[in-house]
Structure formats: structure tokens, C-alpha cells
Ligand binder design. Structure first.
Ligand code: AHR
Length: 517
């Protein structure tokens, strides 16, 4: 080989080595010394609306069902699965349905309850057999905190005052007496209340300047001078990036009258062309991930507005509707929003929970839409069969972070490149629980590339690392009624710990949770 050729081959080798090292530059630092905030368990909330087969033929099969084991009509398998998930809060009865719901229709003897038409969701007739008692008793079984969405769209102030008294008052008064007559002696003591839902849309098409006055009126009568019952009132919040809504709410509602402000954001490609839930292509995947990651920017900007009016962070940002929204499954009722759930949904869940953790100072509650058979569900049912979706598994793997101290992270990540667009490939969050155990959750959204990551734990001392991973062969894979265990968490034992460093190889489109002792 002559000198020229030698130089050329050395140069080619150098370029290759450089390319490899550039492709491996993911690095994460865990900054435990800056830890300050707790990851509120209520970030792990769910949503149960009277929509499609979420309540009827989902949670609730009726106490006369002979084929599906149930407790007072609620499926036992769903109760057990949600208990294992450690659900924070459960929001009910809507959504859009909430502002048409008159709670007194759903109490008392079931055969005397009026039937109603669910005008938002498929115009189906409901017999009101699932009402306030059914929901609150179910929450007790699941061990979830109930979150009731009050009707301020078509309801009245008196109706909401009565509902609060009915479920929470132990004093002698007409509503407490009525509850006792209906078989429940002790109140459930419900703390979390939504004051309307999407007031800018199905909740009344209000402008924020009008809504704040409505809010103030309802919020006044729900409690007393000092809110001595410690009711947690949540103002209807912005539709994604409507920052003017948050500004108007924060500016015009006195801070002693509001405990939470909501935010709704769905990952949707285009409301007119949402794309299929399973047979999507990489372009559709990339766009959905772009929408999901936009949550970070939304949270940052809404929080900045909240910080202006509430620097002490007393008011929580409550993301009480989030998740992926696609076309309904072919052949199903378009008003029922029934969709399958793939590894793409696992990616949405992983990155979104990481975002919430990293903003634990202000994001203290959230509700995935929705729990059963609607949108990005954790559970799907078909007659007596029930399956757990990839989203369920991510939420179960991540629940080790609940009520733990968030450890701030800094990250340098490779890009996930599709055509000429790019997104950060890696997402991360970390926490330390009350027993001193550290958990790190990692997501690689890249559709085809494995990611090598170096994690510096900055002076912390650990002696062991274990892990769990959720991934599959194809992004489009899902759990079906015929193959319910297709996607399941597995042991992840390739993370290497040495001194202050962890080396991790994340497979493409995977979610990993590491435990460090
Ligand atoms: O989750 C489905 C619907 O989406 C809810 O009813 C509504 O609040 C939102 O627009």
C-alpha cells in the first residue's frame, strides 16, 4: 500500500469511528442534590366517561350478569387490574357528558331512574343504572380517589351544591338524609371537583372572560367562607395551546377560590384525518410523537403564566385529559371512540409521564383519556374477555415513581430522524422513594435505532441495578383478545453499573424502568 492509500484508509477509519461515537452520545445526569418536589400519585389518574363502552358494557355489566363476575354490577377483573395499577384519581362522569348530566337521575331504585339520550356520544339511550353510588363505591374498591366533574353547562348552582352535600355531608340536611335513604350511611367525602368541562367547547362555548364569572359563582357556593371542607376545585382549562385561557383564569379567579386549573391535550395527527390505530406508517407515528412531546412545551408555557399569578405554586396544573386519538376501529360506532392500543401508545404514555414527573412542582394531577374501551385505554373488554393494553403496562411499570421525590435530570440525546425532521430520541425521569430506592424511567422513541446511554448518578452510591422493559417486534403490535399477552413487561438485565456510571442499551421503541439500590 502506498502512502496515499494508507492516508485514505486511515481517514475512512477515523470518519467511521467518529460517526459511531457521534451516534452514541446520549448522556444523562441525575442531579439528586437539586431534588425538591414529590411526584404526586394523582398524576396517575384515569377518566371514565359515559361514552361508548366505557361505563355500560365496560366497567359496568349490571348486577344481573350471569357470565361476567362482578360486584354490584362492576366487573371484578377490571377492579383487580385497576387496583394493581395504583390509580390516582378517577374522573367521572365526563368529559362533554358531564355538562349534560343531572346527578339526581342516577340515584334511588334503579327501576325508577329515567332513561336519557347521550347526545354527545352516539345518541344512545342510557337507563342511568350506573350513578353516583355505583361510581363512588367502585372507587372505594379500586382504591382510587374520585374526581367528580360538575355540570355548569346545563345544570344549576343549586344542583351542584346538592351533589356536594349528598356525597360529602354528615350533618343533618336534606341531601345527607336522601343519601341515607338510598342506603349509604357514611358520606364518601369527595374532595376533587371539576367546575365544568371544556367550557370553551362542549361545556357551553364560553369565552374565558365569561367563564371566570361562572366559575366564581359556582366555586363560592360549593363550600363556605374559608373552604373549611378543603374542597379541591378545578377550573375548566385551556384547549392545548390556548394560553389566553390560562391567563384569564389565573388573573380573574382569586387564588383562594381555585385549587387546580385544567389543561386538555390530545395527540392527534389531524382532526379530519386521524389515521388508523394499528396499521399506521412511520410518518403517522412520527407526527403522533411530535404531538405527544409538545406536552412539554405546553406545560412549560402554561406554568409560566401560572407562576406569574401564583409564584408559590399553590394552584396545580391538572392535565385531566391526555392521550392518543385515532380513527375508530372499522365497523364500530364512530360516536364510541373505540381504538386499539399499540407500542405507539406505550411511547406516548412513557414520554408523557416523564414530562409530568419532570414538572412535578406544578403538575400534580392528570387523567389519561380514557380507562376502558375509549381512546387510549388501559383496558379493553369484549363480552367476558378483558385485555390489558401496552399503555396499561407502561403505567404499571412507572407507578414506582408515585409519591417519590423527583430527581432532576439533564439530558443530551440523539435525534430520532424521519425524512428531514427530528425529535429527541430519549426521554427520561428519575425519583427516589421513601425507602431510598431510585427509579429511572427511560423511553427510546426511535422507530429503528437502538440507543446507547451513559447515565451519571452524580455521587450517589448504588450496589445493584435491575430493570424491566416493554418492547415488541413491530411498533404496530398490540394485545388482542386472541393474543392478550403479546406485549408484556420483561426482565431487563443488560444495564451495567460501575461506580457513578450506568451504561444502558435501549432497544428501538422501548420503555425501560431501572431500579437502583
Ligand atoms: O375524551 C373524549 C372527549 O374529549 C371528552 O368528552 C371531552 O372533554 C374532550 O373533548
Amino acid at each position: 500500500m502506498n502512502n496515499r492509500k494508507k492516508i485514505l484508509s486511515v481517514t475512512i477509519l477515523l470518519v467511521a469511528v467518529l460517526q459511531i461515537s457521534f451516534a452514541q452520545q446520549n448522556s444523562i445526569a441525575i442531579n439528586a442534590q437539586d431534588a425538591k418536589y414529590i411526584i404526586n400519585k394523582n398524576i396517575y389518574g384515569h377518566f371514565a366517561e359515559h361514552l361508548g363502552s366505557c361505563i355500560y358494557n365496560g366497567f359496568y355489566v349490571g348486577d344481573t350478569s350471569m357470565t361476567i363476575p362482578n360486584t354490584n354490577g362492576v366487573r371484578n377483573d377490571i377492579i383487580a387490574a385497576l387496583k394493581k395499577l395504583k390509580v390516582g384519581t378517577l374522573r367521572w362522569p365526563g368529559g362533554c357528558f358531564a355538562d349534560t348530566y343531572h346527578w339526581k337521575d342516577g340515584i334511588g331504585p334503579k327501576n325508577k331512574r329515567p332513561a336519557i339520550v347521550n347526545k354527545w356520544w352516539g345518541n344512545v339511550t342510557e337507563d342511568n343504572s350506573f350513578g353516583t353510588h355505583d361510581f363512588l363505591n367502585m372507587c372505594e374498591q379500586i382504591e382510587a380517589e374520585p374526581y367528580l366533574a360538575g355540570n355548569i353547562g346545563s345544570g344549576t348552582v343549586q344542583e351542584l351544591i346538592d351533589w356536594v352535600q349528598y356525597v360529602s355531608s354528615d350533618n343533618k340536611n336534606p341531601m345527607s338524609d336522601l343519601r341515607k335513604t338510598n342506603g349509604r350511611e357514611k358520606p364518601w367525602n369527595v374532595k376533587l371537583w371539576g367546575v365544568g368541562n371544556e367550557a370553551w367547547g362542549c361545556g357551553g362555548n364560553m369565552v374565558p372572560e365569561y367563564y371566570v364569572n361562572e366559575y366564581r359563582k359556582y366555586a363560592t357556593f360549593m363550600t363556605d367562607w374559608t373552604n373549611s371542607d378543603k374542597i379541591f376545585r378545578i377550573a375548566s382549562g385551556s384547549n392545548s395551546a390556548d394560553y389566553h385561557w390560562t391567563e384569564t383564569v389565573m388573573k380573574n379567579i382569586p387564588s383562594n377560590m381555585v385549587e387546580g386549573v385544567a389543561l386538555h391535550h390530545y395527540s392527534v395527527i389531524d382532526w379530519g384525518a386521524k389515521g388508523p390505530s394499528t396499521s399506521f406508517n412511520e410518518q403517522q407515528y412520527f407526527t403522533i410523537m411530535q404531538r405527544a412531546l409538545f406536552m412539554d412545551s405546553l406545560v412549560i408555557k402554561h406554568c409560566a403564566i401560572m407562576d406569574k399569578y401564583d409564584p408559590q405554586k399553590k394552584v396545580a396544573l391538572v392535565v385531566d385529559e391526555w392521550g392518543g386519538w385515532y380513527d375508530v376501529e372499522p365497523g364500530t360506532n364512530p360516536g364510541f371512540l373505540y381504538q386499539q392500543n399499540t407500542m405507539r401508545d406505550a411511547m406516548i404514555a412513557g414520554v408523557t409521564l416523564n414530562i409530568f414527573h419532570n414538572h412535578a412542582d406544578r403538575v400534580r394531577m392528570a387523567n389519561l383519556a380514557q380507562a376502558v374501551n375509549v381512546l387510549q385505554s388501559v383496558i379493553l373488554t369484549n363480552k367476558e374477555k378483558m385485555i390489558l393494553t401496552p399503555t396499561y403496562h407502561v403505567m404499571e411499570m412507572f407507578n414506582v415513581h408515585q409519591n417519590a421525590t423527583m430527581l432532576p435530570v439533564t439530558i443530551k440525546t440523539n435525534d430520532y430522524v424521519f425524512e428531514n425532521k427530528k425529535l429527541p430520541a430519549i426521554s427520561v425521569s428519575a425519583s427516589k422513594d421513601k425507602d431510598g430506592v431510585t427509579h429511572i424511567s427511560l423511553v427510546n422513541i426511535d422507530a429503528s435505532k437502538m440507543q446507547d446511554i451513559t447515565i451519571n448518578v452524580n455521587g450517589a452510591k448504588y450496589s445493584s441495578v435491575t430493570g424491566r422493559v416493554l418492547t415488541s417486534k413491530k411498533l404496530q403490535d398490540y394485545n388482542s383478545f386472541d393474543n392478550p399477552l403479546n406485549i408484556m413487561p420483561a426482565v431487563f438485565n443488560t444495564a451495567k453499573l460501575s461506580a457513578n456510571n450506568l451504561q444502558v442499551k435501549l432497544p428501538p421503541f422501548s420503555v425501560v424502568v431501572l431500579t437502583l439500590n
